[in-house]
Design a protein. Structure first.
Length: 239
């Protein structure tokens, strides 16, 4: 793969043989951004699970205390009073059969989907479209709910969803590179705590096998997976 000069210059700042502390890695991630726009800071985890086994799938949601830096576009399947509730909460698209037809026609201009339980029979027809993109509503993540107003508010306020892929990797965002380092570390700490809390009982051996920080299109920075507590204190006080 041919890399840009900006990427190569950024990659030279990263010591691949070293496991950085979360605080040092976050500082380096901010210093190695290569885009002209404000990039997203991403966390990639390799977990010691076998995702082929249902009892070792890791999936959940978490509300980031400092948000993601992006206001998610939320689509809601609801009718009647609940549709009005979703609209009042700031949902970008609200509907039922009309939205199903639009999505079947190729419309995918949204980041999250919420549905009321009574419409899941219809929404289920979109499984082949929404499922591979991680957008299918699910009761376990709070996106199949009668309380659509709350779901929309949480998603727009910084709620993220994560799940392991077929290789046992898990990805989530913790904000933008323009965020204060402490704010990014706080988001990482909250998300990491939830991932650890969700460790499957059937998972054996080391759970957190590998941690990497990166910014959009930037180089990966290896992070010490044993550092799961106390790293926020390593960051300088917020300005």
């Amino acid at each position: 793969m041919k890399r840009s000069k900006a990427y190569l210059n950024a990659a030279e700042k990263v010591d691949r043989t070293r496991l950085y502390s979360p605080a040092d890695a976050m500082e380096l991630a901010k210093a190695t951004q290569v885009t002209k726009f404000d990039p997203t800071v991403e966390v990639n985890l390799r977990l010691g699970v076998d995702p082929r086994k249902q009892d070792q799938m890791v999936r959940g949601t978490v509300n980031l205390p400092n948000g993601t830096g992006k206001t998610a576009r939320v689509l809601v399947f609801a009718t009647g009073d609940r549709a009005e509730e979703a609209s009042a909460a700031g949902a970008d698209y609200v509907g039922s059969d009309d939205l199903i037809e639009r999505i079947q026609g190729g419309f995918l201009d949204f980041d999250a989907v919420v549905a009321t339980p009574d419409l899941m029979g219809k929404v289920g027809r979109l499984g082949r479209v929404l499922g591979p993109r991680g957008l299918m509503p699910n009761p376990k993540t709070g996106t199949v709910t009668a309380d659509v107003g709350r779901a929309v508010t949480e998603i727009k306020g910084g709620k993220i969803e994560f799940r392991t892929d077929r290789h046992g990797n898990l990805h989530f965002v913790v904000g933008k590179a323009s965020f204060d380092k402490r704010a990014l570390l706080q988001n990482y700490a909250v998300a990491l705590d939830e991932v650890i809390r969700l460790k499957p009982a059937a998972a054996k051996g080391r759970y957190l096998k590998k941690v990497t920080f990166t910014t959009t299109m930037g180089p990966g920075i290896p992070v010490d997976p044993s550092k799961t507590r106390g790293f926020i204190e390593e960051a300088e006080p917020a300005a």
